[in-house]
Write a new protein. Structure first.
Length: 202
């Protein structure tokens, strides 16, 4: 099955912080079931997909004779990583034509931090930015993501689908393996954050 709708607003979090938190991916009305090997390459465009344009892979948007495969969901995963890391949806402030153009030429978003070359441009523009943007980029400049997280994201967002990893390959990526090893520490930290959040609300 191709999900074709992997995006931040479709990641649902539920449960109780004292027992367990679960994550579920919604948006299945945009998915496409694949029965046979012959259907591994698709040409159908998701219906009513205007809200998905920022997350869709370039090959889905192009609608050319090559079609698209499961690798389009891998691209969407990369977009989701950038969205969660940066707090904004990549390509969100563009018209449909601009979005299509930049995706097809291979303009690749990335998690923004102190290691990004783009920070030099923002340093020059800082005086001209709105206050909210200025605060956002100050946060970006003060943090540094791991090199393996950057690598994970960039591999997912490769313009050429054949050069993107499969889901099985991604499970073996150092970013995933390292987080599996740190799972207990992350669960403890998650519980502390959720406890503090819910205590302040009620």
């Amino acid at each position: 099955m191709l999900n074709r709708a992997i995006k931040g607003s479709h990641v649902l979090i539920f449960g109780h912080w004292k027992t367990s938190i679960k994550f579920v991916l919604s948006g299945l009305k945009y998915s496409c079931h694949v029965d046979t090997v012959d259907e591994l390459k698709l040409f159908k465009y998701p219906k009513n997909a205007s809200s998905l344009l920022t997350s869709l892979a370039p090959e889905v948007l192009e609608q050319n004779i090559l079609g698209y495969t499961f690798k389009s969901d891998i691209y969407s995963l990369g977009i989701l990583c950038c969205e969660l890391a940066n707090g904004v949806v990549p390509f969100d402030n563009m018209s449909s034509d601009e979005l299509l153009f930049y995706k097809i030429i291979g303009d690749i978003p990335k998690p923004l931090d102190s290691s990004c070359e783009e920070m030099n441009i923002f340093n020059e523009l800082m005086d001209r930015l709105e206050l909210t943007l200025k605060r956002r980029y100050q946060v970006y400049r003060q943090r540094t993501f791991s090199s393996i997280f950057h690598d994970f994201t960039q591999k997912c967002l490769h313009l050429e689908p054949v050069r993107r990893p499969t889901a099985m390959n991604l499970l073996e990526h150092p970013f995933i393996i390292r987080n599996k090893e740190q799972d207990n520490n992350l669960i403890q930290k998650r519980d502390e954050i959720l406890k503090e959040f819910f205590s302040s609300k009620f």
